[in-house]
Design a binder for this molecule. Sequence first.
Ligand code: SF4
Ligand code: SF4
Length: 293
Amino acid sequence: MNQVAIVSGKGGTGKTSVCASLVELAGNKVVADCDVEAPNLHLLLNFKELWRRDYYGSKTAVMNRDKCRQCGKCIDVCRFQAIKNFTINELKCEGCAACVYICPEQAIRIEDTVTGETVLSKSGAGLFSHARLKIGADGSGKLVTEVRKNASDNAAEEDLIIIDGSPGIACVVIASITGCNAILIVSEPTLSGEHDLGRVLDLADHFGIRALVCINKYDLNPEMACKIERYCKNRKAEVVGKIPFDRDVGTSISRGIPVINMPESKAGAAIREMWELLTKGGLLNENCHSNGR
Ligand code: SF4
Ligand code: SF4
């Protein structure tokens, strides 16, 4: 099955709006929201949960008070100040196990902790794999991998898996893009947009993944958009779409629908054009996987 991740070098470029529209346009597909720390694709998809599973994302020390002799050694050894009054604060505990080793009474053990849940849902646009983290829990490459696995386990061979990735270049992004046929980078015509685009292109080069670029709201700064196009040409990254600024995007978000469902939308029309280029040009196909583009 083919996989494409929609990513961006920075937040706020319109990545998820573009992703939701591509999801609507694609035929056989399964969708994975791998922006696990700030998921919002679900706001634009009408969905119903099929199942949810606990996600064990960290390890925490647990104290057996019956065994504790209150010697205080665990308090002294904990460099995260997670133990106070012989009680472990699980929000502060990093699971390093130093207290386990130092306790003369074997009163502390390490346990896996539920930090969230993975969810499989059915949306109007097909199966939808996503996750919910508990407050204060960290997203991680492991959770992204779990969300992607739930998507691929439930996809047919002919399905396209569309991944809404995290912004940036951290491990959650790496986990979102590895093994993809292509990534579509949603950029914007600003100085920071260009800079952050470069960082994602470096990442794609490093992993030998085809990088495609779309410039969102390009007409807000046509000069910078041209500069980004030239930059992409030098980096051998194909610009597959230029989406104009369109107030319908904001309206569609407030209505909870993809912008391509707004009949008069200029942005929606540009996204449709981009999708045709991506599919007719076979840019998301397995045989287009390339090293160094
Ligand atoms: S090191 Fe063990 S016995 Fe000592 S205070 Fe901590 S839990 Fe209690
Ligand atoms: S596992 Fe490490 S961080 Fe957690 S309470 Fe023990 S010493 Fe502190």
